[in-house]
Design a binder for this molecule. Structure first.
Ligand code: NI
Length: 168
């Protein structure tokens, strides 16, 4: 099926708690494929199943180091050290906020076949893990942000990133 429609803030589905996955079958594999397609198509670094209307505990993340598929993920440890920076969400289009998250997290999740794995994440990856797992409990970054970024700040930040990429 490929790309699915992304629900936006205001849709009550985004505020519900997702259920555990207990069947690791073709249906799950097709859903994971659609989630990755949808995330890449939208230029996102992560997507949670409820964002496409599926209330199951499934997340995909790719912050540039390859695709992580996380089924029934749980955070095991959070660093006391934090990071404060820009965060956005495919379900909150056109907006961004300043959000404080742990600098590092350790999580466990099941892969597409049901095997548990543990992984440590740092920086943007850790931020994405915290952001996407919150979706599974009906929470959005706007619930916990330090503050909303202004349109001018977002444009200046975009311009800075575009400049950095051109210098590579
Ligand atoms: Ni999000």
């Amino acid at each position: 099926m490929g790309k699915r429609q992304i629900l936006v803030d205001g849709d009550p589905i985004l505020r519900k708690t997702s259920k555990n996955v207990d069947k690791f079958n073709l249906r799950l594999h097709l859903l994971l494929r659609d989630m990755a397609d949808t995330m890449y198509e939208a230029d996102g670094v992560g997507l949670a199943a409820p964002q496409i209307g599926v209330l199951r505990r499934i997340v995909v993340i790719d912050v540039g180091d390859g695709l992580f598929e996380m089924v029934n993920p749980e955070i095991l440890e959070k660093s006391e050290e934090t990071q404060t920076g820009r965060e956005g969400c495919l379900s909150v289009p056109g907006r961004a906020g300043i959000v404080t998250r742990p600098q590092r997290v350790k999580f466990r999740a099941q892969d597409r076949h049901g095997s548990w794995y543990e992984q440590e994440a740092e920086g943007l990856f850790a931020r994405a893990v915290c952001h996407e797992l919150a979706h599974l409990d009906g929470q959005l970054y706007t619930d916990i942000m330090d503050r909303e970024m202004t349109r001018e700040e977002i444009e200046a930040d975009n311009a800075r990133h575009a400049k950095e990429e051109n210098q590579d």
